[in-house]
Design a protein around this ligand. Structure first.
Ligand code: FPP
Length: 243
C-alpha cells in the first residue's frame, strides 16, 4: 500500500549516514534524565530505518557511540549499554521482516560480553545475501583510529609480502578500513552543530552534508525525507567542470 507520508524516492545505490546529536539537550529541555533522551533517540532510529528502506537506500550508517564518548559518566554509558541490548532484542524481528542487514562496527569490546553476544546473534540473524537495506551502527567508532588501524594492517601485509606498495589504492584503503561502506554519499547531522566529530573521515571526501537544527529525539520521518529529496536534487560534480 502506498504510504501517504512518504513520496516514492528511489535512492538505490546511495550510502547515507547520520550523526544523531541532541539527545542530552532534548532530555534537559524536557526535564528528563539523559538516558530518557537516548531512549527516545532509539524510537526515532526505528522510524528512520523504516523510511530509509522505503526510499531504497543502499545503506544507512548511524553514529551511536564514538571513541570519545567513553569519557561520559559511567551511569550514562551503562544506560546506553542497556538500551543497545533492549533495542537489539526488540528490533531484530522487525529488521528480519523488513530484510534489513544489521552490522555494528567499531571497537565495542569495552561494552562487555553481553553486548558482544547480542551483536553477534543479531549479525547472524540478519545476514541476508541480498538485503533491502544495510543498517550499519557505529559503536565505539572513531574515524582516526579506523585510519590508524587500517594503516597498520596495510603496513603489516606489505611486510609479509601479501601486498605491494604499488598496489595501495583508494580501493585498498576502503578494504582495510573497518567501516563497512566505501564512498559516503550523504551525511546528515542533527542537533545544530556543524562538525564531523571524527565520524567516517576517509569516506567523507565527496559527501553531501546537511545540518539540521532539530534535536535527534524530535527528528521526524518527514524531515528525513526532505533531506533525501534535497540530496536527490543536488548536482554532484566530484571536482569536474560541468559548465
Ligand atoms: C548524541 O546525543 C547521542 C549519543 C552519543 C548516543 C546515541 C545513542 C543512541 C540513540 C542509542 C543507540 C542505540 C542503537 C541500538 C541505535 P548527545 O547525548 O551527544 O546529545 P547532546 O549533544 O544534546 O548532549
Amino acid at each position: 500500500m502506498a504510504d501517504s507520508k512518504q513520496p516514492s524516492l528511489n535512492l538505490s545505490g546511495i550510502n547515507a549516514a547520520i550523526i544523531m546529536d541532541g539527545n542530552g539537550r532534548w532530555a534537559k529541555k524536557n526535564s528528563l534524565n539523559v538516558t530518557s533522551g537516548h531512549e527516545r533517540g532509539v524510537d526515532v532510529v526505528r522510524k528512520i530505518v523504516e523510511s530509509a528502506a522505503k526510499a531504497h537506500l543502499e545503506s544507512l550508517s548511524l553514529y551511536a557511540f564514538s571513541t570519545e564518548n567513553w569519557s561520559r559518566p559511567k551511569k550514562e554509558i551503562l544506560g546506553i549499554k542497556k538500551l543497545i541490548i533492549n533495542a537489539i532484542d526488540s528490533q531484530v524481528p522487525e529488521l528480519i521482516s523488513q530484510k534489513v542487514r544489521l552490522n555494528f562496527f567499531g571497537d565495542y569490546s569495552s561494552f562487555g560480553d553481553e553486548v558482544i553476544g547480542a551483536i553477534d546473534d543479531a549479525h547472524r540473524a540478519t545476514a541476508f545475501q541480498d538485503p533491502k537495506l544495510k543498517l550499519n551502527i557505529a559503536l565505539g567508532y572513531g574515524g582516526r583510529s579506523d585510519i590508524i588501524e587500517a594503516t597498520k594492517l596495510i603496513a603489516n601485509d606489505i611486510k609479509l609480502e601479501k601486498l605491494s606498495v604499488e598496489d595501495v589504492s583508494n580501493e585498498t584503503i576502503f578494504k582495510y578500513l573497518n567501516a563497512p561502506i566505501n564512498e559516503l554519499d550523504l551525511l546528515i547531522r542533527t542537533g545544530g552543530d556543524r562538525r564531523i566529530s571524527n565520524f567516517l573521515l576517509y569516506h567523507l571526501a565527496y559527501t553531501e552534508i546537511q545540518f539540521s537544527k532539530t534535536l535527534w529525539p524530535d527528528f521526524t520521518e518527514e524531515e528525513f525525507i526532505k533531506c533525501l529529496e534535497v540530496f536527490s536534487k543536488t548536482e554532484r560534480r566530484f571536482g569536474k567542470r560541468t559548465l
